[in-house]
Design a protein around this ligand. Structure first.
Ligand SMILES: *Cc1c(COP(=O)(O)O)cnc(C)c1O
Length: 430
C-alpha cells in the first residue's frame, strides 16, 4: 500500500495545524502510523490522496448513515446554495426541520438548532442548571459529551486515547461541579444524589455509550435513572448525538421506551454538515432566551444550507424505517462472521453490538463500563487496526470508539470485512 502523499501532507500539516489535524483522534496516535488524508468518498468507500480505497466503517463518526454521496442531498444542497449561504434571520426551513425532529424523537416538544454536538450538550447543561437553579451535574466515566469544560472529566473517546482524561485548562471550580459514576452502576448514582441532596441539576449520559467503544445499558439502568430523576427533581439528559436517528428513527429513547427531559442531537442530524440541536419538554425549553432567561445564541445556527442537508437526511430516514432492519441485518452478519473467526482461531474477545453500532474489544471479559473497556489490550488493537487498514477496511483509530455500519455496505463488503478480520486476527497472533 502506497501512502507517500498522505505522509507528505501530514508532515506539512503539522507545520500549520496543531498535531496536523483539526480533531485529535484523527491523528492515529493511539494506533501508530500516519493518518491518511482523504480525497473523496462514494457509497461504502473512502479514497485517500494516494488513491487507495477503503471500506468506511466510521462514516464521518456517525453522520453518513446512508454512505457517501447520497445524490438527493447533493441536488437539494446545490439548490439551497443558490439562495445564498446564510442570512442570520429566520427561515421557513427552520420550522420544517423543527417539526420533523419533534415528530421523530418521542420526548422532544420544542427544539433549538446549534452547530455541533458540543454546543448542544453545553447548552443543555446550562439550561438544566438555569431551570433547576442547581449547580451540580452527574456524568458517567467513559461517556463523551463533546469538549465543553464541564464534560472533560473522565471523558471517553479522544480524551482517553490521548491519555488526558482531565484536560489542563478546565478550572477546579468547574470540575468540582461535575460528579462521575461508573456506567451501568445505578447504586453509585443514587449514592451521589443522596450525598448531594437538592444540588444535582442534571444527569447526562449516552443511553448507549459509543465513546468507550460500544457499551450497552444494562437491563433497568435507564429506567432506574428516569425514576431517580423524577423523585429528586433532576433533569435527565440523553446525549443522543451519536444514537439519535441511528438506533431507530427516534434514537435510543424510542428503542428503549424511556423519555428523557432533554435530548442532545448532532452527527446524522446535519447529514454531514455541522449541525447540532437540543430539545425536550416545552416548559424547560421555554426557559431558553429570548422566551426565557437562559442565554444561548449562534450566528450561523439554523444555517439554511445545513438545514437543507439535515432535512433531506431526516426525511429519508423518516420515510424509510426499513433501513433500520437492513442495518441490523448487515451488522448482525458482520458480527456473526467475526465471532466465527474468533472461534476458528480459539480467541475469546468481546464483541458488543446494538443496531448499526458495534465494537470488538481485545479483552476476554464482558465490557459494561469504562473500567472493563480499559481491560482491553491496546497494543493488540493498534496492530489489528493497521492490519485491517492494509486490507482496505478503515476502522475508527481507537479501541474506545464504536464502529458504524452504513446502508451502503452490501454482501460484497461484508465478505471483505469478515475475511480481513480473520486474516488480521491470525496475523497479529502469529
Ligand atoms: C460526537 C459526540 C459529541 C460531540 O459532538 P461534536 O459535533 O463533535 O461536537 C457529543 N456527544 C456524543 C455522544 C458524541 O458522540
Amino acid at each position: 500500500m502506497k501512502t507517500e502523499r498522505s505522509k507528505a501532507l501530514f508532515e506539512k500539516a503539522q507545520q500549520f495545524i496543531p498535531g496536523g489535524v483539526n480533531s485529535p483522534v484523527r491523528a492515529f496516535k493511539a494506533v501508530g502510523g500516519n493518518p491518511l488524508f482523504i480525497k473523496s468518498a462514494k457509497g461504502a468507500y473512502m479514497y485517500d490522496e494516494d488513491d487507495n480505497a477503503y471500506i468506511d466503517m466510521i462514516n464521518s463518526w456517525g453522520p453518513m448513515i446512508l454512505g457517501h454521496d447520497y445524490e438527493n442531498v447533493e441536488s437539494q444542497v446545490a439548490l439551497a446554495i443558490k439562495d445564498s449561504l446564510s442570512f442570520g434571520a429566520p427561515t421557513a426551513k427552520e420550522i420544517e426541520i423543527a417539526e420533523l425532529i419533534i415528530s421523530m424523537v418521542p420526548s422532544i416538544e420544542k427544539v433549538r438548532m446549534v452547530n455541533s454536538g458540543t454546543e448542544a450538550t453545553m447548552s443543555a447543561i446550562r439550561l438544566a442548571r438555569g431551570y433547576t437553579q442547581r449547580d451540580k451535574v452527574i456524568k458517567f466515566e467513559g461517556c463523551y459529551h463533546g469538549h465543553g469544560d464541564s464534560f472533560l472529566i473522565a471523558a471517553g473517546s479522544g480524551a482517553i486515547t490521548m491519555g488526558e482524561p482531565d484536560s489542563p485548562g478546565v478550572t477546579k471550580g468547574t470540575a468540582k461541579d461535575t460528579l462521575t459514576a461508573p456506567f451501568n452502576n445505578l447504586q453509585a448514582v443514587k449514592d451521589l444524589v443522596e450525598g448531594n441532596k437538592g444540588e444535582v441539576a442534571a444527569i447526562i449520559l449516552e443511553p448507549v455509550a459509543g465513546n468507550m467503544g460500544c457499551v450497552l445499558p444494562a437491563e433497568g439502568f435507564l429506567q432506574g435513572l428516569r425514576t431517580l430523576c423524577d423523585q429528586e427533581g433532576i433533569i435527565l439528559i440523553f446525549d443522543e448525538v451519536m444514537t439519535g436517528f441511528r438506533l431507530s428513527k427516534g434514537g435510543a429513547q424510542e428503542l428503549f421506551g424511556i423519555n428523557p427531559d432533554l435530548t442532545t442531537l448532532g452527527k446524522i442530524i446535519g447529514g454531514g454538515m455541522p449541525v447540532g440541536a437540543y430539545g425536550g419538554k416545552k416548559e424547560i425549553m421555554d426557559f431558553v432566551s429570548p422566551q426565557g432567561p437562559v442565554y444561548q445564541a449562534g450566528t450561523l445556527s439554523g444555517n439554511p444550507v445545513a438545514m437543507t442537508a439535515g432535512m433531506v437526511m431526516l426525511n429519508y430516514l423518516n420515510d424509510h424505517s426499513e433501513i433500520y432492519t437492513q442495518l441490523n441485518e448487515t451488522t448482525g452478519k458482520i458480527v456473526k462472521g467475526f465471532n466465527e473467526n474468533l472461534n476458528k482461531l480459539n480467541l475469546n474477545y468481546t464483541i458488543n453490538q446494538i443496531g448499526s453500532m458495534f465494537s470488538i474489544f481485545f479483552s476476554d471479559t464482558p465490557v459494561f463500563d469504562f473500567e472493563s473497556a480499559k481491560s482491553s489490550d491496546l497494543t493488540l488493537f493498534g496492530k489489528y487496526f493497521r492490519e485491517m487498514l492494509h486490507k482496505g477496511v478503515y476502522l475508527a483509530p481507537s479501541q474506545f470508539e464504536t464502529l458504524f455500519v452504513s446502508t451502503a455496505i452490501g454482501e460484497k463488503e461484508i465478505e471483505q470485512i469478515v475475511s480481513a478480520n480473520f486474516e488480521a486476527l491470525e496475523k497479529i497472533h502469529s
